[in-house]
Design a protein around this ligand. Structure first.
Ligand code: SAM
Length: 460
């Protein structure tokens, strides 16, 4: 006969082993699992012996379902049977389920077992055991077992322990409320090396950084003695950016691999994977990786590299046209959830900042590049618009350490945010200044164009 959910429910209520008879009568694993997965709540008079027999079943899914049902027996489940299965079990899901079942009993006598799971090689098992132990609040013995795990090799384990025992002890160095910032940083452009300017910027003052760093030595405005020196420079800039960024807020870096042309015909050109080489520095400095967004450009707008291959068609000599750049999205690591950030804003600001329909739902953003007579590598306004709308609230301070022609600033302003920009090249600084007259660019709240000295004198 067909086994239905109703039939299972009916047999279950009788409590005299009818489910066991039904399970034993099944020839195929699928039916056994169907019954086990539809048992639902178990009545207090439920005859559970057959579940322990199923712990020896050759199919892992059956053992898993048996453990799940045994866990429902709560105080009445036989922990020793579960523990002996854990000791010989090789299936990760079953092992995790056993630890979860033991943890969920919330009884002191299980503590020694939970401690033993802390030595497991599977980080998920350890986290499961930690969860089981954290229910014993203010328990000194539990704390003694858990605290040392802040140095565990696995980052997830370290993270939970840090949040639980250490985060609360950390003092908050930020004097300003989360949604606010300093007036002397609002709508300011400084003509200086970013590292010099940031010396005068207090901790936790910026809500969002969106920038496109120099492309190593691919363009004339940026010459570094070596690639390592270039990476070290960006390392410093993003360490400083981390310091001035508010807790839990975002950094979005636009980069792409670059090519340095060959010196002569007997040399080959060299490619540098900037996004991939920069990533470890950012993570090491407390930027949590969140997303990689791909900016897709039309093929006609990029340099033609595939031309040679088109002629010769010889494998290994394939060089595709690069139509993409990355937007690497990071968040300043914090134990606080995004909700905490959002709750720091007024209801009105949250409402007014909501992103309208038509937003991009994938991580591939198809946007035409922009060209400019003065600056050779400017952001398209559309790119800035999306980043600013998706990663900041109205009134927020948006920072671009490598401002160039100031696209981040003017877009921030148009979206009712404020901006802080640094740009080292006088000609680009002057260009931004010249655009000030253009009411469309730096409208309303006057923009301050400052030298490093002038900026220093305005700071707190
Ligand atoms: C790729 S461009 C940015 C263009 C910009 N996103 C725009 O929309 O115009 C990088 C800029 O960083 C500037 N720059 C390079 N090194 C700098 C430094 N140490 N401090 C400040 N600006 C710097 C360069 O002059 C250049 O204008």
């Amino acid at each position: 006969m067909m086994i239905t959910k109703e039939y299972i429910a009916e047999l279950k209520r009788s409590g005299n082993g009818d489910i066991a008879v039904l399970v034993n009568a099944q020839r195929d694993v699928g039916s056994i699992n169907y019954i086990l997965e539809n048992l639902g709540q178990l009545p207090s008079n439920f005859d559970s012996d057959f579940l322990y027999t199923l712990l020896k079943h050759s199919h892992a899914q059956v053992r898993l379902n048996a453990v799940k049902n045994i866990a429902k027996l709560n105080g009445k489940s036989d922990i020793n049977s579960l523990y002996s299965l854990y000791q010989k079990e090789s299936d990760t899901s079953v092992r995790r389920e056993i630890v979860s079942a033991i943890g969920r009993q919330r009884v002191c006598k299980n503590k020694p077992l939970l401690y033993s799971f802390l030595g497991d090689t599977d980080p998920k098992i350890i986290c499961q055991a930690i969860r089981g132990l954290l229910v014993f609040e203010n328990d000194k013995e539990v704390e003694e077992h858990l605290r040392p795990l802040v140095n565990h090799e696995n980052e997830m384990v370290r993270d939970v322990i840090y949040r639980e025992y250490f985060a609360k002890e950390k003092t908050n160095t930020n004097a300003l409320p989360h949604a606010e910032t300093y007036d002397f940083l609002k709508n300011v452009v400084v003509n200086a090396d970013v590292l010099e300017a940031l010396k005068s910027v207090p901790n936790e003052s910026v809500h969002l950084t969106f920038t496109s760093p120099p492309y190593y030595n691919a363009r004339d405005y940026s010459i570094y003695p070596s690639y390592q020196a270039y990476l070290d420079f960006l390392d410093k800039v993003f360490q400083e950016t981390h310091r001035i960024t508010k807790e839990g807020r975002f950094l979005i870096v636009n980069t792409s691999p670059i090519i340095i042309p060959r010196v002569s015909r007997s040399h080959s050109s060299k490619r540098y994977g900037i996004p991939f080489d920069l990533h470890p520095y950012l993570v090491k400095n407390g930027w949590e990786f969140i997303d990689d967004i791909v900016w897709l450009k039309p093929e006609a707008s990029v340099k033609n590299r595939v031309g040679g291959f088109m002629q010769h068609r010889k494998p290994l000599g394939y060089k595709p046209n690069s139509v993409t750049e990355y937007l690497m999205v990071y968040r300043k690591s914090t134990e606080k959830l995004l909700d905490w950030n959002i709750r720091s804003y007024d209801y009105k600001i949250v409402n007014e900042s909501k992103v309208a329909d038509g937003y991009e739902s994938t991580n591939v953003w198809k946007i035409d590049p922009s060209f400019n007579k003065v600056h050779s590598a400017i952001f398209p306004v559309e790119l800035c618009k999306r980043v600013i709308q998706y990663y900041s609230y109205k009134g927020d301070l948006i920072f671009d350490p490598f401002a160039g022609s100031g696209t981040v600033g003017k877009t921030a302003k148009a979206l009712d945010r404020v901006f802080f920009l640094t740009e080292q090249e006088p000609k680009y600084f002057e260009y931004m200044k010249s655009k000030q007259k253009d009411s469309q660019l730096f409208k309303e709240r006057a923009t301050k164009f400052l030298t490093l000295e002038q900026f220093k004198s305005t700071t707190v």
